[in-house]
Ligand binder design. Structure first.
Ligand SMILES: C[S@@+](CC[C@H](N)C(=O)[O-])C[C@H]1O[C@@H](n2cnc3c(N)ncnc32)[C@H](O)[C@@H]1O
Length: 465
């Protein structure tokens, strides 16, 4: 069978399987016209593993069918898609169209809300519609489809206009992350080649000497920059954006992987670099028998306090959850933690700095303390990774040829995130072998890996060496 035939067969069989499983649940698999709703969203999440090889095969089919030059040009130009999404979010288009309903709205009226040039906004929305985000119903009249609806905050547009900085509060973080990705993250992207090829900067492992700093003409790290008073909107957006990847899967995060439920009552979980507390919130909803401390920079803790008071005030009042300002490059003040959790933290730092964070935790650990590192694990794109290990959960099944061995990883945004990390702070996503070495150097032994379906991050459970 030719590679083309094999790809088509993977798609045909996969779609048949997905439809059969949807029929068993009496829920048709959603199309672009299906409004977002809990049932169809759950179905899509539950069938993500079945959809993964189909999506991978569809991408590979496109790569196979297209002329190489046109394939390259198509992808290279996609950076403008990211910018366009950011414009649509900043002009409140998804929520304006939500309020307009299924008949849609003329671009003149959409643009008037935030005083954007209607001709330019129309072209941006048309570009997005060409990629299945929004629908152009009649010339210059747009409405939401299933995908663009996912960008809605759900707030009244009048309220958003009154207080733009509050527009992501209480949301699932998707609009915040899309906005951040379309602007803040792109600034470094534009300078990446110049920065990496400059011998004076290209080898730096410093968090304040990346392409992003070159673009922004600053020596501040992204975290320091966001805390300047004039960047308050970015700080707020960042905290909420961290929920986007995992919000829909809070149950899975809290009930699968590390055995939070089996920790004795009163055990102390310290969420280090926990941001505004998104991860702890998922745990605290499911495991009320535990105590939690969320540590982060002082400015972030202040943001977090507002969030907890608005969403789970009882837990803060009862001191089940405490928010604590702490610099994770300083000595860890909590010496009796049962678990240290580090979610999306190691990927923000090059090895030199990640080692410091992990070493401080090791110094504060009891022999029984566990460390749970929650981050993406990069797969090699070849079939023999050369990292044979008998660590439970380390081995990952490979997709059949002609698909890439880890087709699920390749189609998501894990590798984009890796380059994003490189461009904003000279940091990175890591392979499993890299993690094992990093952890060992800081005095931790990787005991097991708890696997989650992408785009959820993986859990690396460690003990003191
Ligand atoms: C990518 S975010 C992840 C936040 C959170 N763990 C989550 O998953 O939602 C990284 C966090 O590290 C925090 N951070 C950066 N530098 C820090 C430092 N020196 N000490 C403590 N936290 C820091 C940032 O403020 C940010 O909240």
């Amino acid at each position: 069978m030719s590679a083309l035939d094999a790809l088509v067969q993977i798609i045909a069989n996969g779609v048949k399987d997905i439809q059969a499983k949807s029929a068993q649940r009496d829920t048709p698999y959603p199309t672009q016209d299906t409004p977002l709703g809990p049932e169809s969203e759950r179905l899509q999440s539950d069938l993500a593993a079945e959809a993964a090889p189909v999506v991978a095969a569809a991408w590979q089919l496109i790569a196979t069918l297209k002329h190489p030059q046109s394939y390259l040009l198509d992808l290279a130009f996609l950076s403008f898609l990211s910018g366009s999404l950011s414009v649509a979010e900043a002009a409140y288009v998804p929520d304006v169209l939500r309020e307009a309903g299924t008949k849609g709205l003329h671009v003149n009226d959409i643009a008037a809300v935030k005083n954007v040039d209607a001709g330019k906004l129309g072209r941006i929305l048309r570009y997005l519609a060409s990629r299945h985000i929004f629908e152009e119903v009649t010339p210059d009249v747009f409405r939401n489809n299933r995908i663009s609806s996912a960008l809605c905050t759900g707030k009244p547009v009048q309220e958003m206009l009154g207080s733009p900085i509050d527009r992501w509060d209480g949301t699932n973080g998707v609009a915040a992350l899309i906005s951040m990705t379309g602007e803040n993250n792109q600034w470094g992207n534009a300078w990446l080649a110049e920065h990496l090829l400059d011998p004076a900067t290209g080898h730096s492992q410093e968090p304040n000497e990346a392409a992003w700093q070159r673009a922004m003409r600053t020596k501040l790290t992204v975290f320091d920059w966001m805390e300047l008073p004039e960047h308050a909107l970015y700080l707020r957006k960042f905290g909420i954006a961290m929920r986007a990847n995992t919000n829909a899967a809070e149950d899975a995060i809290a009930t699968r992987g590390f055995e939070w439920a089996s920790l004795p009552a009163g055990s102390l979980v310290v969420d280090v670099g926990g941001g505004v507390g998104n991860f702890t919130m998922a745990l605290a909803k499911a495991h009320k028998h535990l105590r939690y401390v969320v540590q982060d920079r002082h400015a972030v803790v202040k943001e977090g306090e507002q969030l907890w008071k608005a969403n789970m005030p009882d837990l803060i009042d009862r001191s089940t959850v405490q928010l604590q300002g702490h610099d994770f490059f300083a000595e860890q003040p909590i010496k009796n933690a049962d678990v240290f959790a580090l979610r999306y933290v190691t990927h923000n730092w090059s090895d030199k700095y990640a080692n410091k964070i992990l070493s401080h935790l090791r110094d504060a650990a009891q022999p029984t303390t566990k460390l749970v590192v929650i981050d993406h694990i990069s797969d090699y794109m070849c079939r023999d990774s050369g990292t044979a290990t008998d660590i439970p959960g380390a081995a990952k099944p490979q997709a059949p040829e002609p698909l890439l061995p880890h087709a699920d990883s390749a189609t998501g945004w894990k590798y984009s995130m890796d380059i994003c990390m490189m461009s904003v702070a000279n940091c990175q996503e890591r392979t499993l072998g890299h993690f094992i070495e990093l952890l060992k150097d800081a005095g931790w032994k990787l005991e097991r890996v708890c696997r989650f379906e992408p785009p959820l991050p993986q859990q690396l459970v460690c003990s003191p060496l």
